[in-house]
Unconditional design. Sequence first.
Length: 168
Amino acid sequence: MTTNTRERADLLESLARHRYFLTHTVRGLTDEQARRRSSPPSELTPGGLIKHVSATEAQWADFVVRGPEAMAMTPESYQAHLDAFVLGEGETLADVLDGYAAVAARTDELVRTVDLDAEQPLPEAPWFEPGAAWSARRVFLHVIAETAQHAGHADFLREAIDGQKTMG
């Protein structure tokens, strides 16, 4: 196995592990429970978190392929960003999980096939260093970190609903 193949396998395994932890937190929840906010009051909901992680991963995968225009912020894309935190009345947890699985499959294919050293310039934003560029590898590591962080949030929210914990 070449180093590049091992590296890709490690990236895929990390993505799969943290996606599992994230989606495991909502297993067995009803759509109503997936919309429930925690106490103390928070806008975050389990279903909204899954939807947000899915949208964010899809955007970063687009960035790997298309560059900074995939991250362009317009009034419509900003509203979509805000909407991605909410499991709407017409949406089901099953639909959101199916959408996330499709996003994950696309990202996994990119991990397997793109040049991990290929860089794209980051868009101008206060949270990015001016003039910085990220390699595909750096983007995938960022997606892993984001997924892991939000899996922790989801675990906390799930425990507040019915006491279930992902790890423990």
